[in-house]
Design a protein around this ligand. Sequence first.
Ligand SMILES: Nc1nc2c(ncn2[C@@H]2O[C@H](COP(=O)(O)OP(=O)(O)OP(=O)(O)O)[C@@H](O)[C@H]2O)c(=O)[nH]1
Ligand SMILES: [Mg+2]
Length: 244
Amino acid sequence: MKITVIVPTYNEAENLPRLVSVFFALPLPELSLLIVDDNSPDGTGKMADDLARQMPGKVEVLHRPGKMGLGSAYIMGFKHCLQRGAEAIGQMDADFSHPLEKIIELMGEIEKCDIVIGSRYTAGGSVDERWPLWRKGLSAWGNFYARTILSLPIQDCTGGFRLYRRETLAGMPLERIRSNGYVFQVETAYVAYRLGYHFREVPIYFADRRWGKSKMNFRIQAEAAVRVWQLPPAYRDLHPSSAV
Ligand SMILES: Nc1nc2c(ncn2[C@@H]2O[C@H](COP(=O)(O)OP(=O)(O)OP(=O)(O)O)[C@@H](O)[C@H]2O)c(=O)[nH]1
Ligand SMILES: [Mg+2]
């Protein structure tokens, strides 16, 4: 199976080279990486180009002119992967929060469903004990909030470690997806749920970032709180037979 994992980056120079070497040390010759960089001031984009030159066919880079948010970076990446004929498309953060080796398990599960979620909140999943209490609470509350309002059939709807079948993304109206911060993960999960796609969750341990700075801010939180309520009316027309 030809699998491309998309990694959006903004100021991840301390993480990216390390991430690429750990990623390609996995015993999975069919994997490739697509980096979507937003003209990071710390030179992450240039680093990504160097890695792409060293690993042709394995690492590819898309550049955008400035920081435009996670959501639109993923949409651009999804469209690119679909055009290039990827059979499964993954997504992952650049900061080692997601356990890379679990990709093997995600790949096993994607045979049996449409979307696999690397999940912090399913049985066996957890978050870094170094996370301050407010951050743990916010993440758990955010998940409960979105999951309950939207009746989502998954325990972790805000996480960014996922694997989609090609057909799943190809069936989703990607041009309608508007969220830009982490609520993008909720919006894509909701669209998939409305379309009747099947989810599976694989428990993961989510590690706090060790290098680089968080991009989390109040604006991203506020977007999430409001956007969740906008999703049911925005996607009222979607049902299992309306996959595009
Ligand atoms: N291209 C692009 N990538 C972004 C943008 N914002 C965040 N990212 C990347 O998206 C991933 C998740 O962002 P993080 O800052 O780690 O967000 P988080 O995991 O919620 O917060 P921390 O781990 O606490 O920093 C990382 O790989 C970031 O570099 C953006 O505007 N554009
Ligand atoms: Mg992070």
